[in-house]
Design a protein around this ligand. Structure first.
Ligand code: SF4
Length: 331
């Protein structure tokens, strides 16, 4: 729901300020499918709101999945579509949300990148993905949020910050900052700005190679922000925040040699708060190939010998193309 327009409308009706807060509270609670159900409002206000506003900005088009992972295709008011994923394992139910329709960064291993950039999501379209899942799984609710869906969150900066404020606020969705994670492909200047926010929100960097020329071929953004610049921004982040920084490294047949392990170790040894998450690559059409089991084992052995602490992330949702890098709406 467009909250700016709602406020303007309520002001034009000379309604008291608490009405706005009441409607917004109802909206964030996700307990109402439409305005008619808000029986704490007068009948005439409910019908005025119904005729002028949509309570939610996303509509379910198609949902698939199993007990651990569900993926939904959501239609926006301008008929653009996004995907959003719910992961139900470990201690918390996690929503993986999109921040843009498509993405301009064109990473070679990512289905969203192959769509190109269409537009940014506004804050309501971001938080409505979480409200959608809360409604779907009620009385359970989303406990963690990761910005690892479609789009580069740091290239939708203002809307990202506005959405984060609502997600984190006790009068919004009330999800603790430490339960929220943002993943960036490496927009170095925004990493610095993010560090300056002094927030407890987690940050992850899609690294995938520490060989500059190869990284440029799989992640064109590396031409704009090279590894040196990226590392500088990451060092600034950890020194400023004293928080761990996670580097995602998808295991492909092209970045798992002994030399790649050495380059990765050099990078990670730059700071004791740098950590590596290894992820066996989730295949997409015309993308890179996943490293074989043997290549993965060898690479991890090399990292062990080089003293690198890493975690190997399990991948969920591959069979529904709901895993990292597989979201797209033009399939
Ligand atoms: S991996 Fe992220 S940044 Fe790269 S193309 Fe996909 S959505 Fe964009």
């Amino acid at each position: 729901m467009d909250l700016v327009k709602l406020k303007e409308f309520l002001d034009s009706q000379n309604l008291p300020a608490f009405r706005f807060r009441q409607i917004v509270k109802n909206y964030y609670s996700g307990r109402y499918a439409n305005f008619d159900q808000m029986t704490d409002l007068s009948l005439s206000l409910r019908s005025q709101l119904s005729s002028q506003f949509s309570l939610y900005s996303v509509v379910e088009e198609k949902i698939i999945g199993d007990q651990s992972t569900q993926k939904v295709l959501l239609k926006l008011e301008d008929n653009q579509k996004i995907e959003s994923v719910l992961m139900n394992y470990d201690d918390w139910i996690t929503a993986c949300v999109s921040s843009q329709v498509g993405c301009a960064l064109n990473c070679q291993f990512c289905a969203t990148g192959k769509m190109g950039f269409i537009r940014n999501l506004n804050p309501e379209e971001i938080i409505d993905q979480i409200i959608y899942w809360n409604q779907k799984i009620s009385p359970s609710f989303v406990g963690r949020v990761v910005f690892m869906g479609m789009g580069e969150p740091f290239l939708n900066w203002d809307n990202l910050l506005a959405a984060l404020e609502i997600i984190n606020s006790s009068t919004g969705l009330n999800i603790g900052a430490r339960k929220i994670s943002i993943s960036t492909a490496g927009v170095a200047d925004k990493i610095i700005e993010f560090a300056n926010l002094d927030t407890q929100i987690n940050l992850a960097i899609s690294l995938h190679s520490t060989n500059q020329s190869f990284r440029e071929t799989i992640m064109p953004i590396a031409k704009k922000y090279n590894l040196e610049e990226l590392k500088k921004a990451c060092l600034y982040y950890v020194n400023k925040t004293n928080r761990q920084l996670f580097f995602e490294y998808a295991l492909t047949d092209k970045n798992t040699s002994q030399n790649d392990a050495q380059l990765l170790a050099n990078f990670i040894h730059s700071h004791h708060l740098f950590f590596v998450n290894l992820i066996p690559l989730n295949p997409v059409e015309d993308g890179l190939d996943c490293a074989t089991k043997e290549q993965q084992e060898k690479f991890m052995n090399s990292l062990d010998q080089l003293g690198i602490i890493y975690s190997l992330r399990r991948s969920f949702g591959q069979k529904f193309s709901a895993a990292c890098g597989q979201l797209a709406t033009n399939k």
